[in-house]
Write a protein that binds this ligand. Structure first.
Ligand code: FE
Length: 198
């Protein structure tokens, strides 16, 4: 699955995966076509609209929001978004409030909730973002155009191969009358990473 997710020591991992695939193919257990089809299927279903739907539901339904914050894997499954191919990854949703703004990073490589947001942007994988998101998150946010009050605390969540995060942005003012479909159109990918407010 190289290309889907860059892992620690990715050159070594690529070599090992290639060797494993070659042995399985040699025994007739897999074909290159079957692997390509699996990756294709994963990427077809891995799109930011999944994340937008989750946020819109959480904004509309307090009970769902509570379940989402408590056990995100189970809550996401309720929406019919299948994460089973993604196991054993634990998803945790972190909620922005007036006091706390959350942002996500993978300091070691590029772990990212691809199933819910699609492939990650280049800047997320850059060495600069991975270092500065932790050392000077407020400056990074300002470069994304996000200016937070001094009193708002910034929490940075470091993803791993087992644990992925998704930010639940604050519901925008003036969105009271909107239904879930309309709310979903307000959400942006960066909002779910924490580098935008919504
Ligand atoms: Fe990573």
């Amino acid at each position: 699955m190289s290309g889907v997710h860059d892992h620690h020591g990715s050159a070594e991992m690529t070599r090992r995966v290639d060797a494993l695939v070659a042995r399985l193919a040699h025994r007739g257990l897999v074909t290159d076509a079957a692997i390509a089809e699996t990756i294709e299927s994963f990427l077809t279903h891995a799109k930011p609209s999944n994340g937008f739907r989750i946020v819109a539901r959480a904004w509309s339904d307090d009970a769902f929001r509570a379940r989402l914050l408590d056990d995100a894997n189970a809550a996401v499954a309720e929406l019919g978004i299948d994460l089973s191919h993604w196991a054993p990854v634990t998803l945790r949703v972190v909620e922005n409030t007036a006091d706390v703004h959350n942002m996500i990073v993978c300091t070691l490589c590029s772990c990212y909730p691809i199933a819910l947001l699609g492939p990650s942007p280049a800047w997320y994988k850059s060495a600069e973002y991975r270092a500065r998101a932790v050392s000077e998150p407020r400056a990074v946010l300002a470069e994304f155009g996000v200016e937070l009050p001094e009193r708002t605390r910034i929490r940075v969540w470091d993803s791993t191969s087992e644990m992925r995060y998704l930010v639940l942005p604050r519901r925008p003012a003036g969105s009271d009358g909107l239904d879930e479909q309309r709310l979903a159109t307000l959400v942006t990918r960066n909002g779910l990473i924490g580098t935008a407010l919504v």
